[in-house]
Design a protein around this ligand. Structure first.
Ligand SMILES: [Ca+2]
Length: 260
């Protein structure tokens, strides 16, 4: 009986030894895997800090549990990249003025209504701190036309001539913007046959420009202006009532465009 117990004791010791040896071998394999992963990470240009603490935990005093943490959570979440700063809001013209971002800078636009000739309209714009405005491009033409129509509808008038900031160039059949800021001829959307200077007309030369605009109701009874919708005509500067409604487009310099 004693012999049997002794043999059983020896057997248990062998089993425990084998188990302990296997556990130690496993830890060696795990440590080796971590070192391989670390090396490949650095080769890929990865962050060194990912495994910066693995040197201490892989020392001889490390326990198998700390190595397991390395094994199952080898990747720290990367710091989120700093969100890019939202673009600064573009500066805008003050209240009651539209903002046009021209290549040469910000130009502010507004439209007024009233039976004013060219010179009276110029004076009215001056009371707003502006001048009669030229048209730089198609966007501005549509803006002025849309705003004019919006103001016309409550007046129950179907058509208007909107004074623009331009004058006839002496000795030519051309016009030039005179607001000091509008450039070129991109915005010179002339109506058919214009400028014609109304040659021979007893009312004299046509030295000013107007943009013809119509409300949708105009098309119920179109008249001689029907081919001029949203187009420019040279006209008599002293006319204040024909077409039936006078309007004017004012402009002025806007705030400077800041960089960054
Ligand atoms: Ca004309």
């Amino acid at each position: 009986m004693k012999t049997l117990l002794f043999l059983l004791f020896l057997f248990l010791i062998n089993v425990a030894h084998a188990h302990f040896k296997m556990d130690k071998d496993d830890r060696k394999v795990i440590r080796k895997e971590i070192i391989i992963e670390k090396d490949s990470d650095e080769d890929d240009g990865g962050s060194r800090s990912r495994f910066s603490h693995s040197h201490s935990s892989s020392s001889s005093s490390s326990s198998s549990s700390s190595e397991s943490r390395e094994r199952w959570h080898p990747k720290r979440p990367r710091k989120p990249s700093r969100p890019s700063r939202p673009p600064a809001a573009k500066p805008k013209c003050e209240e009651n003025w539209y903002t046009s971002y021209r290549p040469q800078g910000i130009w502010c636009l507004r439209v007024g209504i009233g039976h004013l000739d060219y010179h009276q309209a110029q004076a009215q714009c001056a009371t707003y701190g502006g001048v009669l405005s030229g048209i730089q491009n198609d966007w501005e033409r549509q803006l002025i036309a849309n705003e004019s129509v919006r103001q016309l509808i409550p007046h129950n008038v179907n058509i208007a001539g909107v004074w623009l900031g331009a004058l006839h160039v002496d000795g030519t059949n051309t016009f030039a913007w005179n607001d000091g800021f509008t450039t070129g001829t991109e915005g010179m959307f002339m109506g058919p046959g214009q400028p014609d200077n109304a040659l021979g007309d007893a009312r004299g030369p046509q030295n000013c420009l107007q943009l013809i605009v119509m409300t949708p109701n105009y098309w119920n009874a179109p008249d001689k202006w029907q081919t001029f919708n949203r187009l420019i005509d040279d006209y008599w500067c002293h006319f204040a009532h024909d077409p039936p409604q006078r309007m004017y487009a004012c402009g002025k310099r806007g705030p400077p465009v800041t960089s960054g």
